[in-house]
Design a protein around this ligand. Structure first.
Ligand code: ADP
Length: 264
């Protein structure tokens, strides 16, 4: 059965153990983010990244046209190429695809991106981010059937042909749901969802899907996106989502064995 593994890109993540683990498997899709690489490139180009918090407390990257260019360069360029190369070096025939390639990820542009700034809610009219609405499953299936491993990341494209930034956890959830994956593994820089985000010993081992909403207040910032993505994947029929650490030995097998926070 196909599994979908997403490796995080914030600092504190490690891709090597993930790739070593994956090289021993077949029938999987690797999804990547790369927030650290985007931030570094943006800063080097003199356009430091900006983040905003929505009225519901979700932190997002501010993706205006200039920043979207940096996102594309860093993710579809550098991060994805490095992951594909690292898998190839391990003998895996990997193929990198952004959501734009072959119409893989069709997104709806967020028309109402809203940010809380200085206590006021502001509409971000120039934001070029979106939500994945459709995954080109036959494309992924044909690659997998040909023995290729798809390595997938943002951006995506709207039905009218606009490139938009999309959240990589959301990409992983959409791909896992559309493929009918047997599991979605979200590997990140913490051991799982923590009851106290500053105490790695407080991992919540299991959440039923109907407990996710109640757990959202525990998750600050971008962990909230992960929980929402996990809930979306379960709702789309993925029986098991695990949020676990990337920087351990055998991170994929460990997560599949329940190491981290299991949602499902
Ligand atoms: P990645 O790039 O690996 O996807 P993110 O930075 O998007 O990582 O999300 C993981 C971060 O979420 C953690 O590093 C942590 O700072 C933050 N976080 C906030 N609340 C929690 C929580 N309750 N449990 C775990 N992590 C949390």
């Amino acid at each position: 059965m196909t599994i979908v593994v997403k490796v995080g890109g914030a600092s504190g993540n490690a891709s090597d153990p993930v790739l070593a683990d994956l090289a021993a498997r077949s029938d999987y899709v690797l999804v990547h983010g790369g927030s650290d690489a985007v931030d570094r490139l943006a800063t080097a180009l003199g356009q430091p990244p900006q983040y905003y918090t929505s009225p519901s407390g979700v932190v997002s990257r501010r993706s205006d046209a200039a920043h979207l260019e940096v996102v594309v360069l860093a993710l579809a360029g550098k991060v994805q190429t490095d992951l594909v190369a690292a898998l190839m070096r391990r003998g895996v025939r990997a193929l990198g695809l952004s959501g734009v390639d072959g119409g893989l990820l069709v997104a709806r542009r967020k028309s109402g991106a809203r940010a809380v700034m200085d206590g006021r809610v502001v509409h971000l009219a120039d934001d070029l981010s979106g939500t994945v609405e459709r995954v080109h499953v036959p494309l992924l299936r044909s690659l997998l059937a040909a023995g290729l491993v798809p390595v997938v990341g943002p951006p995506a494209m709207t039905a009218t042909g606009e490139i938009v930034n999309v959240d990589a956890d959301g990409v992983a959830a959409a791909v896992a749901g559309a493929l009918g994956a047997s599991a979605l593994v979200l590997l990140t820089n913490v051991p799982g969802l923590l009851r106290d985000k500053d105490d790695p010993a407080t991992v919540i081992p299991r959440l039923r899907p109907d407990e996710v909403d109640a757990a959202l207040p525990l998750a600050a910032g971008r962990m909230r996106k992960k929980l929402l993505a996990a809930r979306d994947a379960v709702r789309a029929g993925v029986p098991r989502v695990v949020i676990g650490p990337s920087s351990v030995d055998r991170p994929v097998e460990r997560a599949l064995a329940g190491g981290g926070t299991v949602i499902g």
